[in-house]
Design a protein around this ligand. Structure first.
Ligand code: ADP
Length: 475
């Protein structure tokens, strides 16, 4: 409660006016004056002595009445100050009033009221702090539709000047405004979904709207609590897309297999020359499905463990050597050479050897797949402070390796999406080369689990460089 400027002013005991004193003293002085006047009239007393006696009675009455009137006027002024609730210090009576008891009583009443006001202020501040600590934005709305209270996240979402504004100026969503009206007018609680611009970006929010018991006219009548559903909706959409993509990827080889079987049973039943072609096609499609199912299983296994950091120690030099050996045949089949330049010795990294090997395998097999026949694939490895230095992991010791190919390269608009599941620059080419569209998604999830990073640089017509960063084991 704000302290008024006049709160600590003493209560001046304004002297009662002469008229007030005379009026107050009149009942007291009346009896002796009338008695003395009667005695003078009936010659029972000397008129001069009676006049002096009456005057003396009046003066004595006035002397008695004056301080009583002064204290009454102080008490009245004091009660006016309390009623205005602005006092921080108790009003003071002037010294020398002889009214110590009254002063003490006034002080006790004042202290009680001041303690009550402080308690109310403390409770209001505590309620504000609790609201601010809540992670979801909150709006409280009065009966007239004005916002009367919010919290920290509410101010961040709706603006720092949101208190005092009309609810309809904050959002025009009809379902939300109807829910607020229903809470206010009929005491109904409801949940609605609405879109709110958060920094010019539309976000999906769920809002729980509920009535509040109204104490005063301007007090909150409706409370709305908002929860951001954007991330949940995005995840849900990704799940739906993933199921649709995975079914589509499995359906096409299955359709080819079924078609081959029908042809072999039907028109090509007796065409022995066609049997070999169809069997080869079936073999291809069967292997494609096997790769797809294998990659899907790897992805789900890695995602399952993504939040548990691996604890093993891995020698990247060994991993790269094993991967190179495993893919030697593919490289030779395309007349390609894999050349390695590795810093020696490399620090070990904290990780899962099989998963890091899968990262190296996916990148090297892509380089062979998408590199031009007869060209060279270069594998380099090192550790900080050697370049390149583009990863997010700026301050910790890292081991990095790069796989560089001489292929057609990738246009820059595709680069940010390459690690999405089933994202391909050229779907037909990827399928023709035996790709599943999951290799880089697997790489990304493994690196997430290892708190590592991947950067991709590519020049159309020249080739691509994929760089992996892994935290060193002693980092
Ligand atoms: P895929 O099984 O199709 O190769 P990936 O997830 O490994 O799937 O790669 C996704 C897409 O990224 C590929 O379809 C391809 O278009 C592109 N890509 C990946 N690596 C390279 C590369 N070294 N050169 C050119 N394009 C590449």
């Amino acid at each position: 409660m704000a302290a008024g400027a006049e709160g600590s002013a003493p209560v001046s005991r304004t002297a009662p006016r002469l008229g007030q004193i005379v009026a107050g003293a009149l009942p007291l002085a009346a009896t002796p004056v009338v008695v003395l006047g009667g005695m003078a009239l009936f010659d029972l007393a000397d008129p001069v002595a009676a006049l002096i006696g009456a005057a003396a009675s009046a003066v004595v009455a006035m002397i008695v009445v004056r301080p009583i009137l002064r204290n009454l006027s102080s008490a009245r002024r004091y009660s006016q100050l309390l009623a205005r609730d602005t006092a921080t210090d108790p009003p003071r009576l002037d010294a020398g009033s002889g009214a110590d008891d009254l002063q003490e009583l006034l002080r006790q009443v004042h202290d009680l009221l001041a303690a009550r006001d402080k308690r109310i202020d403390d409770l209001a501040a505590e309620a504000g702090r609790i609201l601010d600590a809540l992670p979801d934005p909150i709006l409280m709305v009065a009966r007239n539709g004005h916002i009367v209270r919010t919290n920290r996240t509410g101010r961040e979402l709706f603006g720092h000047d949101v208190v005092g504004r009309d609810l309809a100026a904050v959002t025009r969503d009809p379902a939300f405004l109807a829910a607020a009206d229903a809470a206010r007018d009929r005491g109904e609680s409801s949940d609605v979904e609405l879109t709110i611009l958060a920094g010019r970006v539309p976000h999906s929010f769920g809002a729980s709207v509920a009535p509040l018991p109204v104490r005063g006219n301007g007090g909150p009548a409706v409370m709305a609590v908002f929860h951001d559903l954007t991330a949940m909706k995005r995840t849900e959409q990704m799940r739906v897309d993933f199921v649709a993509n995975a079914s589509h990827e499995i359906r096409s080889p299955l359709a080819t297999l079924v078609g081959c079987i029908e042809t072999l049973r039907g028109p090509a039943r007796d065409d022995e020359g066609a049997w070999d072609d169809f069997l080869e096609m079936m073999d291809d499609q069967g292997k494609r499905m096997t790769r797809l199912v294998g990659d899907l299983l790897s992805l789900s296994r890695i995602e399952l463990n993504e939040h548990t950091r691996p604890t093993g120690e891995v020698d990247v030099t060994d991993v790269l050597a094993r991967t190179q050996t495993a893919l030697e045949w593919e490289a030779t089949a395309k007349d390609m050479v894999v050349r390695s330049t590795l810093d020696s010795p490399l620090p070990t990294v904290r990780g899962d050897a099989a998963e890091i090997e899968q990262v190296a395998y996916n990148l090297l097999s892509n380089a062979i797949k998408y590199g031009r026949a007869g060209t060279e694939v270069t594998v380099t490895a090192g550790h900080r402070p050697a370049p390149p230095e583009r990863a997010r992991m700026e301050r910790i010791p890292v081991v990095w390796f790069t796989v560089r190919d001489r292929g057609d390269g990738i246009a820059s608009e595709h680069l940010p999406r390459l690690t999405e599941r089933f994202y391909r620059v050229d779907t037909a080419r990827s399928r023709e080369l035996g790709g599943t569209g999951l290799g880089l998604a697997i790489v990304k999830h493994i690196l997430n689990r290892h708190r590592g990073d991947l950067t991709i640089d590519s020049t159309v017509g020249d080739g691509s460089t994929f760089t992996v960063y892994l935290p060193a084991a002693d980092g």
